[in-house]
Design a protein around this ligand. Structure first.
Ligand code: SRM
Ligand code: SF4
Length: 568
């Protein structure tokens, strides 16, 4: 294994590295698999390679056993995630998305994600090219929305709220473009374009791409609606007289861990320094290439930026970024976050248009017996010339609404359940997708969120705190997609019907909560929360948030250094 006492990296690299190296810039044999109609699945390395093109192979886990007993192949289909930096899409384009979901997917729904984009679940292999071609027709793509690349770039929602918002959104798009894979594999395979170049090149990502997924945000204080502390690279806007003059740069956030593995831990993004605006792309590139070259390629559990920083030290990482970019970081400029979540209802923008923020339960846009959100949104899209803007909290903002369309849009929204009276608690809650489509799910999340919220609403009513809010989130496994580790009360799935209960995060999402009870049932969770909310309602200081209260009262120890405190 060792040569001259050095680890032979090539020999020790993970299978994921071998797959990338041998893929011919992400082509593999995907084209051959598409011609094979005996199975609905992708074979060998292609299972992983299609992720770089924005798709995941899944099967319906509710039907797995039944199909196994019938000796049938699992019901394979693909989830496809669109690239939509800042979450902005023309309302008219939405109609195509809506139509595709209805006509070509097994579930007929569209799922808004907490990274400002949408996913289709249940596309059969034979329909995949149609999906990519439809996206291309409306000037979208799914490139780089999954696997070891920079993912969909987040930006504080509603770019029309101020000139700063508009410009921040432009930066989110520029960063997304800069860090995209350059390979032409995507257009060749999915859009049937002829091979254009003889030799592909990946000047930033490199032939083996990044060691692991990489996440970026552009944020405008005081709104932390993007949950920046969960991301690898963050640009916090610093402005003067309505102009962005530069960014505070924070790196190394991430929320996943592995149950029982103390070498894995969540971590909050840390401050690197301030840069002036013209250095932005240079710095983005240098941070990414440093992580590309220094990140761990022998253990995927320790491959994200936060582990690289832990290994080499923040100062060394910073010096390397400065060396590569030729830019010296200045001292961090003062900034402050006071808000998270979305603010619902009507608002006027800088051009005197209106915007309407709608609550979408779990981000799931579908029609069923109780609601017709999908139909409602398509009716709005039909009469609206402006944009839909997807938020990092799985909601949607209809923007650029002229005064004379306001009433019509509101009427449709009310008729189809898109405007409803809901509690603050519900508005601020979140769950990941989990069952039935997520192959990694250990416990339910999306499908039990409403149940938990209704029970918690009753508990809060009982103790006269029903007007208050608590950031409550559920993730079906410790990958933590529901960002439970930035909540005041977070559940993380252990097995069917059982969760770890975390408390002690704060309202603005800059403190990681800690485990309060391990592996408990839904009933036990509610008994514990009834007790905690009762104590909070009786003993909190004026307007003290739930998370802060649990720390002040010593109910849970504060997580200061997550590497140690998260586990001990
Ligand atoms: Fe996630 C994997 C869904 C945001 C951490 N995530 C998955 C997969 C693709 C399962 C898989 O690998 O097969 C899930 C697909 C479920 C399905 O059926 O749709 C999945 N993640 C989601 C979404 C849809 C959750 C949602 O309800 O909104 C989010 C899609 C975002 C997007 O549009 O790109 C989503 N995932 C997150 C977040 C939150 C965030 O980014 O703000 C996290 C935690 C932050 C972080 O990255 O640390 C997150 N997802 C993971 C991980 C753990 C990564 C790690 O660092 O170890 C995995 C597993 C993996 O990558 O190996 C994962
Ligand atoms: Fe799936 Fe786990 Fe992510 Fe939930 S947290 S979507 S269960 S990977």
């Amino acid at each position: 294994m060792k040569k001259n006492n050095k680890i032979d990296v090539k020999k020790n690299v993970t299978d994921a590295e071998r797959i990338k190296e041998n893929s011919n810039y992400l082509r593999g044999t995907i084209v051959e698999d598409l011609k094979n109609d005996i199975t609905n699945s992708f074979t060998g390395d292609n299972f992983s390679l299609i992720r770089f093109h924005g798709m995941y192979q899944q099967d319906n886990r509710d039907l797995r056993l039944e199909r196994y007993e019938q000796k049938l192949e699992p019901l394979y289909s693909m989830m496809l995630r669109c690239r939509l930096p800042g979450g902005v899409i023309k309302a008219k384009k939405w109609l195509k998305i809506d139509q595709f979901a209805t006509q070509n997917t097994l579930y007929s729904s569209i799922r808004l994600t907490n990274r400002q984009t949408f996913q289709f679940h249940g596309i059969l292999k034979k329909k995949l090219k149609d999906a990519h071609k439809m996206l291309h027709e409306i000037e979208l793509d799914a490139l780089g929305t999954a696997n070891d690349v920079n993912r969909n770039v987040l930006c504080t929602s509603n770019p029309m709220e101020s000139l700063i918002h508009k410009s921040a959104y432009a930066w989110a798009k520029k960063i997304s473009e800069l860090l995209l894979p350059h390979t032409k594999a995507y257009v060749e395979i999915w859009l049937d374009q002829k091979k254009i170049t003889k030799k592909d090149k990946e000047p930033i990502l490199g032939k083996t791409y990044l060691p692991r997924k990489f996440k970026t945000t552009v944020v405008i204080p005081p709104y932390n609606d993007v949950d920046l502390y969960a991301n690898d690279m963050n640009f916090i806007v610093v402005s003067k007289k309505n102009n962005i003059i530069g960014f505070n740069v924070l790196i190394g956030g991430g929320l996943s861990f592995v149950h029982g593995n103390k070498l894995t831990w969540p971590f909050l993004a840390q401050e690197l320094g301030y840069i002036s605006i013209e250095k932005t792309l240079l710095i983005a590139e240098s941070i990414v290439t440093t992580q590309r070259d220094w990140g761990n390629r022998t253990n995927r559990n320790n491959a994200k930026t936060r582990y690289t920083i832990k290994n080499v030290g923040l100062e060394n990482f910073k010096r390397e970024v400065e060396r590569r970019s030729g830019v010296t970081f200045e001292e961090i400029r003062p900034y402050n976050f006071t808000n998270r979540g979305d603010s619902f209802g009507w608002k006027k923008d800088i051009c005197n248009y209106w915007s309407l923020t709608l609550f979408i339960p779990n981000g799931r846009i579908d029609d069923n017996n109780n609601q017709s959100l999908k139909l409602g949104l398509s009716k709005i899209a039909n009469i609206h010339d402006g944009n839909f803007r997807l938020t990092s909290n799985q909601n949607i903002i209809i923007t650029e609404i002229p005064e004379d369309k306001k009433d019509d849009i509101e009427k449709i929204a009310i008729t189809h359940g898109l405007i409803r009276n809901i509690s603050n608690l519900r508005q601020n809650s979140m769950a990941c997708v989990s069952f039935p489509t997520c192959p990694l799910a250990m416990a339910e999340a999306e499908r039990v969120l409403s149940f938990f919220i209704t029970k918690l609403e009753n508990i809060m009513l009982k103790y006269n705190v029903e007007k208050e809010t608590i950031i409550f989130r559920i993730s079906g496994c410790p990958n933590g997609c529901g960002r439970s580790l930035l909540s005041e009360i977070g559940l993380i799935g252990k097995s069917i019907g059982r969760y770890n209960l975390y408390i002690g995060g704060n309202r603005i999402g800059s403190r990681i909560p800690k485990i309060y009870k391990e592996n408990i049932t839904e009933k036990e969770i509610l008994i514990n929360l009834d007790f905690l909310i009762k104590v909070w309602s009786n003993h909190r200081q004026k307007e003290e948030d739930f998370g802060d209260f649990t720390i002040r009262k010593g109910i849970i120890k504060e997580v200061v250094d997550p590497v140690y405190d998260f586990w001990n």
